[in-house]
Ligand binder design. Structure first.
Ligand code: SAM
Ligand code: DTB
Ligand code: SF4
Length: 314
């Protein structure tokens, strides 16, 4: 066993391969004993820089390398960010996550503006998080000092499948960023995407990489691929709901202390499917009409469902 084996892959595989009924039952029990069952953390995304990214992530609408007519970079001003945060607060979100289509965080006035906007958002009584790409230790300290409470950097998939998806940033670099976020004392959010043509073994490998950590992840965002026209993944066979539920339930069982966030992919799900996801362990979502470039579920519909299920949102 390698030194860092906090949870063995074989254990995760055993959980993942359980008959669906037992898996659902076990995940529900773990969820109930780890978190108040009706608690739902609501997050809204604010995309400071959208598009014009030099990376080649095959799933991403914002990469300049993916499409014949790539999205040109569009930026929000500090006032736009504050206005969007205000809207998010009004609609019931407890936190906002500022995103940028960067490979790595620059040391320039843009970063300074994001820090200042973060401080203003904190003063509005919201939590503020960020997902800005690879980040240095010094930059991590600065966002922590500005009051940001979490940093999101996804593994996206398994180490084995990764080269099919991204060539401009290594898996090792991602693991290093995640470790440094955790060592900085900030809450670290890391997850991935399901439905990019990966195998069950790849899903188990990704779950292992996420769970096999000295410090548990704060949040594990699980995204269902949103197929973007013009990207290499536009025609990938969509994942079936039971496969998604299997991943969520396994994540809940092997990472009982982490929030499990159902990130992209809720738009195509029925109320019944979302309810099952909440029962087996999802306790965080991204709400608001838009994710980064794609539509999200309608807020009024979301509110009705959360009320129907008596979920306490914050
Ligand atoms: N540029 C930064 C980075 O790559 O770390 C931050 C933003 S990036 C868009 C955040 C995450 O969103 C990606 O790592 C990926 O997991 C998810 N994502 C992006 N496009 C997606 C899509 N089409 N479907 C599902 N998830 C997606
Ligand atoms: C995460 O894991 N998913 C969110 C957030 N963290 C940044 C982003 C989803 C993006 C979905 C595709 C889009 O809107 O472009
Ligand atoms: Fe750029 Fe992030 Fe999209 Fe990759 S996921 S292309 S780094 S914006």
């Amino acid at each position: 066993m390698k030194k860092s084996d906090f949870i063995e892959r074989s254990v995760i595989k055993e959980v993942y391969e359980k008959p669906l009924f037992s898996l659902i039952r076990e995940a529900t029990i773990v969820h109930k004993s780890s978190f108040p069952e009706k608690e739902l953390f609501v997050n809204t995304l604010i995309s400071y820089k959208t598009g014009g990214c030099g990376e080649d992530c095959a799933y991403c609408a914002q990469s300049s390398r993916n499409r014949k007519n790539p999205m040109k970079a569009v930026y929000l001003s500090a006032d736009d960010i504050i206005e969007e945060a205000g809207e998010a607060k009004k609609s019931g979100a407890g936190r906002v996550c500022i995103s940028a289509s960067w490979r790595r965080v620059p040391d320039n006035e843009e970063f300074e503006m994001i820090l200042a906007a973060g401080e203003r958002i904190r003063e509005m009584g919201l939590e503020v998080c960020a997902t800005l790409g690879t980040i240095s230790d010094l930059q991590l300290k600065r966002i922590q000092d500005a009051g940001f409470s979490a940093y999101n950097h996804n593994l996206d998939t398994s180490e084995k499948y990764y080269h099919e998806i991204i060539s401009t940033r290594t898996y090792a670099e991602r693991l290093d960023t995640i470790l440094r976020v955790q060592n900085s004392g900030m809450n670290c959010c890391s997850g991935g995407i399901i439905g990019m043509g990966e195998s069950h073994d790849d899903r188990i490998d990704m779950l292992h990489a996420l769970a096999d950590r000295e410090i548990p992840l704060f949040t594990v965002p699980l995204n269902v691929l949103v197929p973007i026209p013009g990207t290499p993944l536009e025609n990938v066979e969509p994942i079936g709901f039971w496969d998604l539920l299997r991943v969520i339930a396994t994540a809940r069982i092997i990472m009982p202390e982490s929030r499990i966030c159902l990130a992209a992919g809720r738009t195509d799900m029925t109320e019944e499917q979302q309810t099952l996801c909440f029962m087996v362990g999802v306790n965080a979502v991204f709400a608001g009409d838009k994710l980064l470039t794609t539509e999200n579920t309608d807020l009024t519909k979301d509110k009705k469902l959360f009320e129907k299920l008596d979920l306490k949102t914050s």
